[in-house]
Design a protein around this ligand. Structure first.
Ligand code: CO8
Length: 374
């Protein structure tokens, strides 16, 4: 096609929480819980909270640490959530600020300025408010004319956002689209849930999508094709929403935050993702060995190893299928974009890469990309 990704940007929050720090805080919280509920636990009315373990986390997920937007509060056993000061309406929102940080880097990489952009898509797993749209706030902050909208597709928000940008450029609705993924996950993490307290990190990614003839970048990727798929599943949920207020339900109940049946997700999503990718490649008569790079969703290292092994029929090298989970953890939809951003420099012109997300929904989104350059 004549549509390209002409640049990408990655904004990483400065604060880091290691597995060790996270586990120490969780275990202190669990000890307090068990002490406070000693009688009920002894009577068998409630279960004692077992300790978490840094070794388990790294082995089960590949995660060693995560970046967080605000660290204050997360590790306090009496709080277990970030302390994010409420901003007044005349200040930029947290998520718009994250988005702007990544967007500026993507614009620079694409060699574009605000005047060149005519649409802004903010696409991520969850937005901190519904309106005014975060994208319109970002648009104003960067001085972009045209239009913006927010979209939510959980783990596939970034790839689905790129799909919409591709279609808009192809259709002529926009000349150049900024797709931004401000993944502020930490407020949605249940840091008192041993099964999921370690999974997520905060980050923002951005990309510029435009027509090849408008591209003034040194190095870009032609979008060969896009493919999307969704199948409903209850296995990954967060029930927070504006109707909670009218439900008279407990707004602090655990089901309002992220929770999942991780084993089921692992079992069901791996074959779906492998099938999705191989059929997408087959549509374009691209053989698996013809793919040089696999920028996959970053939820779990074992999932990624298994999916690429299904595709290749052998283990992939770390260069072929880069993993960023060790430093970033799962950053919802931004994970495959981080992998793309950090691991593309040594590709040759003409090399083909697959960018693919998979997760909550379930949702799977892929783009077949071909490296190009002046
Ligand atoms: N420390 C020590 N032990 C633990 C811990 C812990 N923290 N947690 C569980 N265990 C124990 C369990 O109790 C269990 O013990 P036993 O065998 O005695 O019952 C044992 O370890 C094994 O537990 P699991 O079977 O649960 O462990 P797994 O090997 O399956 O690993 C994972 C758990 C890592 C969660 C794994 O199942 C996984 O990664 N699955 C895939 C999940 C996935 O991809 N999820 C998608 C995430 S959603 C997403 O990407 C975006 C959603 C939107 C974002 C929203 C923003 C917040």
């Amino acid at each position: 096609s004549d549509v390209v990704i002409s640049g990408s940007g990655l904004w990483t929050p400065e604060h880091i929480i290691t597995n060790q720090e996270l586990v120490e805080s969780y275990n202190a919280w669990a000890d307090q819980f068990n002490a406070a509920n000693q009688q009920a636990i002894e009577q068998g009315d409630i279960a004692a909270k077992p300790h978490s373990s840094a070794e388990f986390i790294e082995k089960a997920s590949g995660i060693r640490q995560r970046h967080v937007y605000i660290k204050d509060g997360i590790l306090e056993p009496s709080r277990m959530r970030p302390r994010i000061p409420e901003r007044s309406e005349d200040m930029i929102s947290d998520q718009a600020q994250m988005a702007v940080n990544a967007a500026k880097l993507a614009l620079k990489a694409a060699n574009k300025s605000a005047e060149d952009i005519d649409a802004v898509i903010v696409s991520c797993a969850i937005t901190q408010r519904s309106f005014p749209a975060i994208s319109i706030e970002v648009q104003q902050e960067l001085g972009i004319k045209g239009f913006g909208f927010d979209m939510l597709v959980a783990c596939s928000a970034a790839t689905f956002g790129l799909h919409r940008a591709y279609e808009m450029v192809k259709a002529g609705t926009a000349k150049a689209v900024l797709v931004i993924n401000p993944e502020l996950t930490s407020p949605l993490v249940n840091y008192t849930d041993r099964d999921s307290h370690f999974i997520f990190g905060d980050v923002a990614t951005a990309a510029v999508v435009e027509g090849k003839d408008d591209c003034h970048s040194d190095s870009w990727f032609e979008i060969i094709s896009t493919k999307a798929e969704t199948v409903f599943s209850n296995n990954i949920r967060a029930n927070i929403g504006y109707v909670n207020h009218a439900n008279d339900s407990d707004p602090t109940a655990a089901d309002k935050l992220f929770y999942q049946h991780g084993r089921k997700v692992f079992k069901e999503v791996c074959p779906m993702a492998a099938e999705h990718i191989s059929s997408h490649l087959a549509q374009h008569n691209i053989e698996i060995p013809g793919v040089t790079r696999w920028w996959l969703h970053q939820a779990n290292i074992n999932m990624n190893l298994l999916i690429v092994k299904k595709l290749l029929g052998r283990d992939a090298s770390a260069e072929e299928a880069p993993i960023v989970l060790d430093t970033y953890a799962n950053t919802a939809s931004a994970g495959s974009l981080i992998a793309f951003h950090l691991h593309q420099d040594n590709l040759q012109v003409g090399d083909i890469g697959v960018l693919c997300s998979f997760g909550a929904g379930y949702s799977i989104g892929s783009l077949l990309l071909r490296k190009a350059s002046v």
